[in-house]
Design a binder for this molecule. Structure first.
Ligand SMILES: Cc1cc2nc3c(=O)[nH]c(=O)nc-3n(C[C@H](O)[C@H](O)[C@H](O)COP(=O)(O)OP(=O)(O)OC[C@H]3O[C@@H](n4cnc5c(N)ncnc54)[C@H](O)[C@@H]3O)c2cc1C
Length: 215
């Protein structure tokens, strides 16, 4: 089989370039017959390959990747593992409560799995139980936040509305007018390092007006 359409990711996946250097294995040449072949070593392919290897230790699992592992979306995402559903097509971001509860259950299962493997393998990924802020700058956005809050209440999830004047203490900027804080999200990220860099940039630019109030 000849694959003619391959990924065309740009060359700046942040996680890929900031992780320790890895030596890719040589490409496989020739034919191979295996029970399990997975195409794509992103989060989905890696998780599937790992679970198959655990479930069927006597079978070979082949994972085929067109680029290097972590070069696609998996190596450039923001690092939020979110538990609550956010159906952006629904007025209250929740939509059908039965489906939303199933998504919540599945996401929670995924989060628990992540917590477990991070702990078991001592993975240094600055995992924090950060929660998330959904913020608005105008009236339309604020109405969406109110709707989201009532949607979350329907699935038994608490959230806290934070007014603009208090926001700098939470997120370090006075840009947003209101925000909804929703506990439950896990963040995998070297955010403290980023904030340090940003603070240094702000200090260097102190003769200019720095738009963010980084604490
Ligand atoms: C900027 C950004 C921020 C994001 N932030 C978040 C976030 O905070 N939280 C969150 O949950 N999600 C986030 N996402 C989404 C998340 O990264 C993706 O949903 C996730 O990476 C998808 O994983 P995947 O394994 O399904 O696909 P991918 O990560 O895209 O993996 C697919 C893999 O398949 C390979 N491939 C493709 N075609 C072939 C082929 N023909 N042969 C062999 N290999 C092939 C690709 O090279 C790639 O490695 C973000 C995405 C982006 C781009």
């Amino acid at each position: 089989m000849q694959i003619t359409s391959l990924p065309a990711d740009d060359s700046m996946p942040g996680w890929f370039h900031t992780s320790a250097a890895r030596t890719p294995r040589p490409a496989h040449i020739g034919q191979k017959k295996v029970r399990f072949a997975i195409v794509g070593a992103g989060l989905t392919g890696l998780a599937a390959a790992r679970q198959l290897a655990l479930n069927f230790p006597n079978d070979e699992v082949v994972l085929i990747e067109a680029q290097e592992v972590g070069y696609g979306s998996a190596g450039r995402n923001a690092g939020f593992a979110i538990d609550v559903p956010h159906d952006i097509g629904a007025r209250d971001y929740i939509g059908d409560v039965t489906i939303a509860n199933k998504v919540l259950k599945l996401n929670t299962l995924g989060q628990n799995y992540l917590r477990q493997i991070v702990q078991e393998h001592g993975i240094e990924c600055q995992m924090t139980e950060s929660g998330k802020y959904q913020a608005s700058v105008g009236e339309q956005g604020t109405a969406i936040l109110e709707a989201y809050r009532s949607g979350l209440a329907k699935i038994g999830r608490e959230s806290e509305m934070i007014s603009g004047k208090d926001l700098p203490d939470h997120i370090g900027t006075s840009y947003y007018k209101q925000a909804l804080f929703i506990p439950g999200t896990i963040l995998f990220c070297s955010l403290p390092a980023l904030v340090k860099v940003w603070r240094i940039i702000c200090l260097l630019m102190s003769t200019l007006l720095c738009p963010y109030n980084v604490r």
